[in-house]
Design a protein around this ligand. Sequence first.
Ligand SMILES: C[S@@+](CC[C@H](N)C(=O)[O-])C[C@H]1O[C@@H](n2cnc3c(N)ncnc32)[C@H](O)[C@@H]1O
Length: 481
Amino acid sequence: MNKLYWGDNLDILRKIKDESVDLICTDPPFNSGPNNAEYARVDIKERSESCKVYKALNECLSGYDMLLSNAVTGNKGAIRAYLTFMGPRLVEMHRVLTKSGSMYMHCDPNISHYLKVLMDAIWNHSNGQESESFKNEIVWYYRRFSGASRKYRKMHDIILFYTKTENYVFITPKPVYENKLFRRDKEKDIIDKKLDRMQDDKGQYKRIRTKTDDAFLRDVWDDVGVLSLAISERLGYPTQKPSLLYTRMIETSSEDGDVVLDPFCGSGTTLNAAQALKRKWIGIDSSIIALDVTERRLKDKYSLKPSEDYEIVGFPTNFKGVKELANKETKHTILSNWAATRLNLTPSKDADNDSDISIWSLRDKKRSDVRIAAEVKVGKPSPGQVRQLQKFIENDTADIVILITLEPVTSEMRKIADKVEKFKYKGLSFPRLQFWQITDKFFDDPESVYDVLQLPGKLRVKPTKKGDRLFPDIQFDSDIK
Ligand SMILES: C[S@@+](CC[C@H](N)C(=O)[O-])C[C@H]1O[C@@H](n2cnc3c(N)ncnc32)[C@H](O)[C@@H]1O
């Protein structure tokens, strides 16, 4: 069964069986480093005593220590921390690949050369051969707006392509498309039978893709554009990549029914392409926001439901799971993010960074201008918490504040909330301070949350008898039918 994991991919990769994945397509963050880099190095060193691949990694990192002057701060320190973060993950990715498996890793040109040496150390050591595993450095060339700068403008990313052995799947890739720019006024001249696809740039030029006569795909991919604001594929996840890139990798380097893994899956671009191409897939991400986008993407595109059509691991599936999550962290940011995304909320672009509470907007595009502050309080709810949240309304940081609790709120808290002036939106009034107590009922019927919350666009009007309304104090206008 396909699987979506929430958590740190190092822990999860270590639980995946040896040689059980046919293809890895991944796009790690470019600037992550563990807070505990020194501890991570000790762990690598210990593992290197019994594992030759970790030994190769340890030696490579020691070489980098010299190159980077053992720095712990500044740019050199950040690179050392990043390589310490990526090293063990690359060892585990190599371990889980089948003998005929391949890996594509998307990298920024600022770091790709460091990663290539790291991958060479890991891949080649275990092969016992010279540089056999490295296959290509693919240049994904794109056009995008870029401001003036005192160096050449960056217009490409690097994708490193490695195979575990020489016996790898490589299905002759489809001919490439050429990206040609034509003037609009010549539009009529260029619409001919060769035309395969058109992409409107909303500018003076029109970009036309025509099939080339090349029989083989080249290592410069210049026919896949970045996801511009106007492209419907865009889901709002900041680092989302175009599906076409991943479709190409999967079509070329795997077969029907093969297992595709993306341990940094973000908005689920690899999983989306794998699903379309009838591959099995495993996705991992440590961000609940990323997995929320992935879940929605799989639901909207393929009607896939978590727990039914794919296994979802790491998410709370009952109230006990919520409590366990609450016990894991003291700040409860992850729990708040989980809870807010269950309410169909999405991070707000206008979030007030100075605030210590997250601001969200409704996913409903028509109502995304409503700012919602949502926060989980673990433990016994108290009137002081409501007063604290009231500040977000008073200083106009949020339109609606939702206090999410694990235990029932008191009648005094409700009284305070009742006294707050209502939020008026498109002719309707909504309580500005609202409460949601998470219980097992939510897991049986997630929509039941709207029996207690009143949010624009998610308003439930359930007449129990004629003329009766669930929320009697709501005035209606033509906006809600
Ligand atoms: C560059 S983004 C991937 C974007 C993805 N290709 C897409 O199209 O949406 C990198 C992702 O790695 C995730 N990530 C970072 N560190 C991680 C870790 N240790 N374990 C799992 N995921 C991690 C981030 O949350 C982020 O979503």
